[in-house]
Design a protein around this ligand. Structure first.
Ligand SMILES: [Zn+2]
Ligand SMILES: [Zn+2]
Length: 354
């Protein structure tokens, strides 16, 4: 009998503890692929998991942003080869259920967030190897010549941020406000610009993020410690309000501010992860008669989405490598979580190398 080969994996043990453990290298089942992870990253959601704010099963390997190489293919997976460089989205839809066929891949299986499996309901990719479910729907070959770090943000941050801009149905000539310029907000800013916004107003107080925001396409960055962003944006639009307001922080205050900067008939595109209650005051909501739309988006996944995002990188429409600010080996996972969760040293995203 072949001996079981082992790998290192970052495992959620209990609230406050994600530790590196030895785990057997998994075998891909029918329709699955085993990917050797070459680069991955830590998401804000992983910090929620670490703090026990988002519950997952103890013993689960975390991480949902894989860049790697096909190690082996399960039965029935065709069209890929061992050694091929691939990514998979943070969301790995089955591509076959009624939700998927209805266009709601992220809600695969008809369950809320059902498409989010890696590092949520199945073992994730902060490990040396990860099994990608429904490989035919999810493996996306990396175009030749692109580095791991160039595509590292495609699985989640870029897909989510762009998704917020797309869900807002930004049209050429729109004015757009983006509240908060963390990694996802920065991608929403880049997405708004790409979709043809005439003006993008970003709200951010951290100087380094404000600078990057300009680089990503913001025309004005409002420091909310120095000015009331609602007033500032109202003034910038000469009282008209913006066509689309993107919420990329996840607080009741920024949600309300988004409503308050929106013109009647505008769209609030929500990307934040909230807890507690959101409030829509009657004056900001025009007593429910303002024809505004509120839309929420979970990161779009699947290989076609990944192909499109990587094409934008390949053809130099967007460069997100400035967002990768720190690098760690997988065995430095504690340091990486420490730095990332406390937002030390101007960190935006960390690259983890198994
Ligand atoms: Zn994430
Ligand atoms: Zn599905």
């Amino acid at each position: 009998m072949a001996s079981i080969s082992m790998m290192k994996a970052a495992v959620f043990v209990e609230k406050g503890r994600i530790v590196l453990e030895d785990r057997p290298i998994p075998r891909p089942g029918p329709g699955q692929a085993l990917v050797k992870v070459t680069t991955t990253t830590i998401c804000g959601t992983d910090v929620h998991i670490l703090k026990g704010e988002y519950p997952v099963k103890p013993g689960l390997t975390v991480g949902h942003e894989p860049v790697g190489v096909v190690e082996s293919l399960g039965a029935g997976v065709t069209g890929f080869r061992v050694g091929q460089r691939v990514i998979a989205g943070a969301i790995t839809p089955c591509g076959q259920c009624s939700s998927c066929l209805d266009g709601f891949h992220s809600q695969c299986g008809g369950r809320p967030l059902g498409g989010w499996r890696l590092g949520n309901t199945i073992d994730g990719c902060q490990a040396e190897y990860v099994v990608i479910p429904d490989a035919a729907a999810n493996l996306a070959p990396i175009p030749d010549g692109l580095s791991d770090e160039q595509v590292l943000l495609c699985p989640d941050i870029m897909s989510t941020g762009f998704g917020g801009a797309e869900s807002g149905r930004i049209r050429i000539g729109d004015t757009v406000a983006v509240f908060a310029q963390g990694p996802i907000g920065l991608c929403a800013t880049a997405g708004a610009r790409l979709l043809g916004a005439s003006q993008v107003y970003a709200v951010e107080s951290i100087e380094k993020r404000a600078l990057l925001s300009k680089q990503m396409g913001a025309d004005v960055v409002i420091d909310h410690r120095k000015a009331d962003p609602v007033e500032a944006i109202r003034d910038l639009t000469r009282g008209r309000g913006v066509d689309v307001a993107i919420e990329a922080l996840g607080t009741p205050g920024t949600f309300e501010a988004c409503l308050r900067v929106l013109r009647p008939g505008g769209t609030l595109s929500s990307l934040g992860v909230y807890s507690g209650k959101l409030v829509a005051p009657y004056d900001a909501f025009y007593a429910g008669l303002g024809d505004q739309k509120i839309i929420a988006t979970l990161c779009p996944g699947g290989h076609e989405r990944m192909r499109r995002l990587m094409a934008m990188v390949e053809h130099h429409r967007v460069d997100l490598t400035p967002l990768v600010t720190h690098r760690f080996r997988l065995d430095q996972i504690h340091e990486a979580f420490e730095l990332f969760s406390h937002q030390q040293d101007g960190v935006l995203k960390v690259a983890l190398y198994p």
